[in-house]
Design a protein around this ligand. Structure first.
Ligand SMILES: [Zn+2]
Length: 128
């Protein structure tokens, strides 16, 4: 994911990303997936933070967010049943969202065997 997109997530959800200093720049950790999933990750973080704020549960902190085997994988600290449900729903949505552009996509194997969720035009531009 582009640095500026990740920077936006850190600015919007400092608690989720464990930003405690004044400069979010120090906390960039390289979300390892395409830009097309930005909104999925944004929606996920938003739901989790709203849950923390409303239910008064322990702060949920992101440990890992990446693409693995073609779909979104993420790990968070201190999740409860509700937040696990939210995470599972967003991960399930990643099966249908192009990782590169965010349009409707499909999970498929490329010519070199990489499994990714891509829309037809991103697939044509990235056949591997
Ligand atoms: Zn696409």
């Amino acid at each position: 994911m582009k640095t500026e997109l990740e920077r936006d997530l850190l600015k919007i959800f400092p608690e989720i990303f464990g930003v405690t200093g004044s400069d979010p720049e120090d906390y960039l950790w390289g979300i390892d997936c395409g830009d097309g999933w930005w909104f999925l990750i944004y929606s996920l973080c938003r739901e989790l933070q709203v849950h923390v704020d409303r239910a008064g549960v322990d702060q949920i902190v992101a440990c890992q967010i990446k693409q693995k085997m073609g779909i979104l994988r993420c790990a968070f600290s201190t999740t409860d049943e509700y937040s696990q449900g939210v995470i599972a729903a967003v991960v399930a949505m990643s099966y249908g969202v192009c990782e590169m552009c965010g349009n409707k996509g499909q999970l498929a194997r490329g010519k070199k065997g990489y499994v990714r969720v891509l829309c037809p035009s991103c697939r044509a531009a990235n056949p591997d």
